[in-house]
Ligand binder design. Structure first.
Ligand code: ATP
Ligand code: MG
Length: 544
């Protein structure tokens, strides 16, 4: 086998295994917050978390980081599971940060008793103002030295619902002058009474903050390698600090960070995606233009293509912006041998073969020349066919190789050679054919300069084809200073009604994938109804 290089996280894992760390145990987790649908950025984390466990004989659990009921919902819990499975991964167990609410609450009280936490009654704004800057120390809260008993009493009452949301918080008492801003008495708990929790209902009135929940959850579960994205690097010392306050010396989870996935012409923020969905600017979370996993699935992306893309871009310690064309070529590459090649006429014009007699016949067309075992199919041919409007020109032109009156001979793909006569007052193109030129017969070997697509009129099926382009006009929409709605591409979706497609496409089922010859790869949409298929452009045959 080729000498495959492994990424820096894998190097750490290998070293830990060699040194017998954690008794040779490898345990990871994927910790989404159920506040939106997964996107391709999450796929990068998923491939890492599940991939490491699989490759190195470890386990990976799915943990819902459900500590903020204001934004979370079971809809997201369900979709996240569906998307992970679709990507080809399976968790060992499902856990919820909310499973640990009791334990975390007890732990918080232990912190209070040990003089490491206090209830602060200042407003969020005041607390923020007192934070200082990296070079200017913060200011101590006047509530910082509250007696333990008072803190305990207030914290219990915070959780009984005696105080309003935002009226007080529980803060860790660390160091308001610490060089790491995250150590300046970070908030451990906040009051949320306005929204019931999707799992625990109204049982809790206080909820732990990320920093007081994540490392603890990792520890409770036995996670050895807590892998996350670079923005958490500055949180790592706090992650370790909280663990040091209560964890045993025998075992510690270790946080490691890799770079986030950012893709050109796309936003990866759940907040912006939610806005697009809520404001009806797209068809939903699974709109084929969305970078969500369900959007990519509806667009026609395969799990393999996404995994191959992630594999190709790799993991580093530096933020980057990856070109969307890499993602596009990954799906092209994956579909090329898989998708049957069929004729679909996007902008049809009728062509009548004046010298063709009889009721038509069947011609045999290969399903995919790249995959001979995919066989062939019989396609109806006859006197009247639909061709692309652009394949005919009224005026002959020496640089135009397709149909024009008195012009060159052209082969109808997999059928006969024809020559155009002209176009009548109804806009119908007339042609004659060479009955000795049928593909697959001896006369079929006669070569002409060009081949065009066609669909026989009597058997053609009307289809809706949704053509897609980039959702944003800016290469790096996240860096745009104005409102991101201003840079939405108005041409990101174009619906073609009345495309004429081969008869076999009338039976296409949602998720069936095809190559429309000369156009691109298409996925059958679930909006398809009996006899009226709907197709989504996955990607054109060639990149931009
Ligand atoms: P939010 O914007 O709500 O904070 P998030 O994008 O951080 O959301 P989470 O659900 O908290 O999403 O993320 C779950 C995991 O996926 C985290 O470990 C996070 O690091 C990882 N992740 C999120 N976005 C990306 C991305 N663009 N690239 C790689 N990993 C990501
Ligand atoms: Mg997050």
């Amino acid at each position: 086998m080729a000498n495959v290089t492994i990424n820096f996280i894998e190097q750490i894992i290998k070293k830990d295994l060699e040194e017998g760390a954690n008794n040779g145990r490898i345990q990871t987790r994927f910790p989404p917050e159920p506040n939106g649908y997964l996107h391709i950025g999450h796929a990068k984390a998923i491939c890492m978390d599940f991939g490491i466990a699989k490759k190195y004989g470890g386990t990976c659990n799915l943990r819902f980081d459900d500590t903020n009921p204001v934004k979370e919902d079971v809809e997201y819990v369900d979709s996240i599971q569906e998307d992970i499975k679709w990507l080809g991964f399976q968790w060992n167990n499902i856990y919820y940060a909310s499973d640990y609410f009791e334990k975390l609450f007890e732990l918080a009280k232990r912190f209070i008793r040990e003089g490491k936490a206090y209830v602060d009654e200042q407003s969020a704004e005041t607390i923020a103002q007192q934070k200082g800057t990296p070079t200017i120390p913060g200011t101590n809260s006047p509530f910082r030295d509250r007696p333990v008993e008072e803190n305990l009493d207030l914290f219990e009452r915070m959780n009984k619902g005696e105080f309003e949301d935002g009226s007080m918080v529980l803060r860790a008492k660390i160091d308001m002058a610490h060089s790491n801003m995250h150590f300046r008495d970070p908030i451990m708990y906040r009051i949320i009474t306005t929204h019931p929790h999707h799992k625990t209902g109204t049982k809790w009135k206080v909820y732990p903050m990320y920093d007081f929940a994540h490392g603890q959850s990792d520890y409770f579960e036995g996670v050895t390698h807590s892998l996350c994205t670079l923005e958490f690097e500055v949180h790592r010392p706090l992650y370790d600090y909280f663990l040091d306050q209560f964890a045993g010396a025998d075992y510690r989870p270790k946080q490691r960070e890799f770079n986030r996935l950012n893709i050109t012409y796309t936003v990866m923020s759940k907040r912006k995606m939610l806005a697009l969905v809520k404001e009806g600017l797209v068809r939903g979370w699974d709109d084929p233009r969305m970078p969500t996993i369900c959007g990519l699935r509806r667009r026609g992306y395969t799990p393999e293509s996404i995994r191959n893309f992630i594999d190709k871009i790799g993991y580093t310690k530096y933020e980057a912006l990856n070109d969307v064309s890499l993602l596009e070529s990954a799906v092209r590459e994956d579909l090329k041998p898989k998708a049957a090649r069929v004729c679909a006429i996007m902008d049809p014009i009728k062509l009548v073969i004046d010298n063709y007699e009889g009721n038509g016949e069947m011609v045999t067309i290969e399903n995919n020349p790249d995959t001979p075992e995919s066989g062939s199919r019989e396609v109806r041919f006859g006197r009247e066919v639909w061709i692309e409007r652009g394949d005919f020109r009224k005026e002959a032109d020496k640089d135009f190789y397709r149909l024009s009156p008195g012009g060159r001979e052209v082969r109808l793909k997999g059928a006969y050679i024809i020559q155009a006569i002209g176009i009548d007052e109804n806009g119908v193109v007339h042609a004659t054919y060479d009955h000795n030129s049928k593909s697959g017969t001896e006369g079929g070997n006669r070569k002409v300069k060009s081949t065009i697509n066609w669909v026989e009129c009597g058997s053609a099926v009307d289809a809706e084809v949704r053509m897609y382009d980039r959702l944003f006009t800016e290469e790096n929409p996240s860096a745009y200073e104005g409102d991101f709605r201003e840079i939405l591409n108005p041409q990101s979706e174009t619906v073609i009604n009345g495309a004429k497609v081969e008869a076999c496409l009338g039976k296409a089922k949602a998720g069936d994938k095809f190559q429309f010859l000369k156009v691109g790869y298409f996925n059958t949409d679930y909006d398809t109804t009996e006899g009226k298929p709907v197709f989504n452009l996955t990607v054109t045959l060639k990149g931009k």
